[in-house]
Design a protein around this ligand. Structure first.
Ligand code: FRU
Length: 478
């Protein structure tokens, strides 16, 4: 007799619709839901996948386990938008119902080719002593119909690597297509472990997006941890910007304090020499809840990026039927060779009613707003008994963010304090969307992305020094 499937290994079938619909209704009553961030209508959402501007619309796919708020069998969810503000929920894009993807449709990206949107993903396939890496393909046409290929496009892998090889990122360069894959190298086979002991980035080449030829390992002169996830590449003003999500980067005094890190590298990817020539690299986000960013080109070829609003498996102090979501979509630019990112203009424009203030205590009118501060960068947000705190040490050129004043304690095992080095701080933009908070320093030179679960309307307050800036709220048409 075959064992019944464990709950976490179930994939969606129409017979589940009624049960899910009930839970979706319950989620709609949740007091912590954001208004403008993408979040799961039920269950757990993680990495953004296949981000694209295709056929006049933004299509965002994402990792989704609909049946519970844990990392169960992953599906691809799908939502679309014309403006990056109003999203319309679409049907499941990928359901792991084939044998070769029996342990989930994992992350990947999208590329438009021949009028269609090619969706690349990892077909997660567990065997007794690990995994056999397989990469899959599905194709979406202009009518939105998604057809999955019935077999993987890649199901072999170089020796010396662990079976954890995933997250295809496909891009075009000159007349060829390339695929980046993240993985883990085994330097010490005598040690039994799930992953290997060094992160690797592999490059494959193709002429038709179906047949792929292994090129080799890309040389990256950075700490790669023990496993690299979610590679993503974009060209901005002639420079290549590579995003990586390495597991196991060693924490430094001020950086890499989350369970897993995200880094960006600016420079040039030499596909022929398998080298990334690095001008600059750094941790990408200074907050607590940020991982697996994916870059893509938006309308008019604008370089954009969206990340998972989450990281690993944090302990949340609230029992909800939904967990995590995606960051705001941000426009990427380079400033003297350094990456900057700031929410897309349409998102900024949502909060268009401006109130100037000069006070040590500012009541916000809702839990959805933006504040632009231009003086005094030591403040708290929330209520006196329940707040998060931002501090700036001008002499040290160090900004810090603390969640230790929150009544609902989040993920204590990862600590309550994060830092961002910033020599001259001129302005701080705070975007609060209920439990989702993004804080941008100097319009995105540094960013803190994090969640808070606060129950009352926010107050912005300092310890006596006047705060100067503007509060932007949604223009109330009524
Ligand atoms: C990153 C990640 C990816 C994987 C996916 C599974 O968060 O672990 O490497 O494809 O999540 O959901």
């Amino acid at each position: 007799m075959t064992e019944p499937k464990k709950f976490t290994e179930r994939y969606y079938q129409t017979s589940e619709k009624e049960t899910l619909d009930k839970q979706i209704k319950e989620v709609q009553k949740s007091q912590y839901r954001p208004k403008y961030h993408i979040y799961p209508k039920v269950g757990l959402m993680n990495d953004p996948n296949g981000l694209a501007y295709y056929n006049g619309k933004y299509h965002f796919f994402f990792q989704w386990y609909p049946f519970d708020t844990l990392h169960g069998l992953k599906h691809w969810g799908h939502t679309s938008s014309t403006d990056l503000v109003n999203w319309s929920d679409q049907d499941f894009a990928l359901i792991p119902d084939q044998e070769f993807e029996k342990n989930g449709c994992y992350s990947g990206n999208a590329l438009e080719y021949d009028g269609k949107l090619y969706l690349f993903y990892t077909a997660n396939y567990k065997v007794e002593n690990g995994k056999l890496p397989k990469q899959g393909l599905a194709i979406m046409d202009k009518e939105g119909k998604i057809t999955k290929r019935d077999k993987p496009i890649l199901d072999h892998f170089p020796t010396g690597l662990s079976g954890e090889l995933r997250d295809p990122f496909v891009f075009r360069r000159q007349d060829s297509f390339y695929m980046l894959l993240g993985g883990s190298k085994i330097n010490h086979p005598e040690v039994k472990q799930k992953f290997g002991d060094e992160g690797v980035l592999l490059l494959y080449k193709s002429q038709d997006l179906i047949n792929w030829e292994y090129q080799g390992e890309v040389d990256l002169p950075i700490d790669k941890g023990y496993m690299l996830e979610c590679p993503s590449l974009i060209t901005i003003e002639g420079k290549d910007v590579l995003f990586l999500s390495p597991m196991g980067i060693k924490p430094t005094e001020h950086n890499f304090k989350n369970r897993f890190a995200t880094v960006y590298l600016v420079g040039h990817l030499e596909v022929e020499n398998l080298k990334f020539l690095v001008d600059d690299w750094d941790e990408l986000d200074s907050g607590f809840d940020f991982y697996a960013p994916q870059a893509f080109y938006g309308k008019n070829h604008t370089p954009l990026m969206t990340a998972w609003f989450g990281c690993g498996e944090p302990a949340y102090p609230v029992a909800e039927k939904w967990k995590h979501g995606l960051s705001y979509t941000q426009v990427l630019s380079l400033n003297k060779g350094q990456l900057k990112r700031y929410p897309a203009q349409n998102i900024v424009d949502v909060f268009d009613e401006q109130h100037h203030f000069e006070t040590d205590e500012l009541m916000t009118s809702s839990r959805n707003y933006r504040v632009n501060l231009t003086q005094n960068f030591n403040f708290k947000v929330g209520q006196k008994h329940d707040y998060w705190e931002f501090m700036y040490d001008k002499k040290a050129g160090l900004a810090s963010l603390s969640r230790s004043g929150l009544q609902k304690t989040i993920d204590p095992s990862c600590g309550f304090l994060r830092f961002a080095e910033i020599k001259t701080l001129k302005e701080v933009d705070i975007f609060v969307d209920n439990s989702f908070v993004e804080v941008y320093l100097n319009k995105g030179e540094r960013v803190f992305t994090f969640v808070t679960f606060q129950d009352e309307q926010d107050c912005l307050f300092s310890d006596g020094q006047p705060l100067i800036g503007s509060l932007f709220t949604e223009y109330n048409k009524n």
